[in-house]
Design a protein. Structure first.
Length: 201
């Protein structure tokens, strides 16, 4: 895209898209603002109008990912009645796994250590907390007798279980360890996440 074709507000979007494209191609480890600028078709100085450094750009990518994850989670339970509490937890778990598989470039950035230690005021932390809060609320509804600390722990452990599996999957490890990775496998993972979250097998 020619430099002159950007309008106000388009440059930030173009830079995030360029970063995502590079990450999808496996360039996360060597990603730089200069390379992002080159991919976006702008001058090397252009990214600094929106991002102080590479980490701030990655935080923007991660924030977008967490917002999209939250929207996917909301959509997954939007038509489900509150009384279907355990099924709602399952729907959120399934939505998480599907998102992580479909949006791998975002997902690779969302949990990077350098993003986690960015300014707490950045939107990525708000978006991440909001995504977890959705799961915590669903776990509480499915296990109303559990105290708040137990509910939170279960939600985090269930999230961690899903994160571990999908990270192995995205990295190509599962296909080397399992003969088949299919919808039945996904449902097995969902069942385990729900069991952890609700404290029921």
């Amino acid at each position: 895209m020619a430099k002159s074709s950007y309008h106000h507000g388009d440059l930030r979007r173009a830079l995030v898209d360029a970063a995502l494209a590079l990450i999808q191609e496996g360039e996360l480890g060597t990603l730089s603002l200069r390379e992002v600028a080159r991919r976006a078709g702008v001058t090397p100085a252009a990214p600094y109008h929106h991002f102080r450094d590479k980490v701030e750009l990655l935080a923007a990518v991660a924030e977008e990912g967490f917002i999209a994850l939250g929207e996917r989670m909301d959509l997954a339970v939007s038509a489900m009645p509150p009384r279907k509490a355990r099924a709602r937890v399952a729907a959120l778990a399934r939505a998480y796994l599907e998102f992580a598989r479909e949006r791998q470039a975002h997902y690779r950035v969302m949990f990077l250590p350098e993003v986690k230690v960015t300014d707490p005021a950045l939107g990525v932390h708000v978006a991440a907390d909001a995504a977890l809060a959705r799961l915590v609320a669903a776990v509480h509804a499915a296990a109303p007798k559990a105290d708040a600390d137990t509910v939170h722990r279960r939600a985090v452990i269930a999230w961690g279980a899903g994160h571990g599996i999908v990270s192995l999957w995205n990295d190509g490890v599962l296909e080397k360890k399992l003969s088949v990775v299919d919808d039945d496998f996904v449902e097995m993972v969902v069942d385990q996440m729900v069991s952890i979250a609700t404290g029921k097998s």
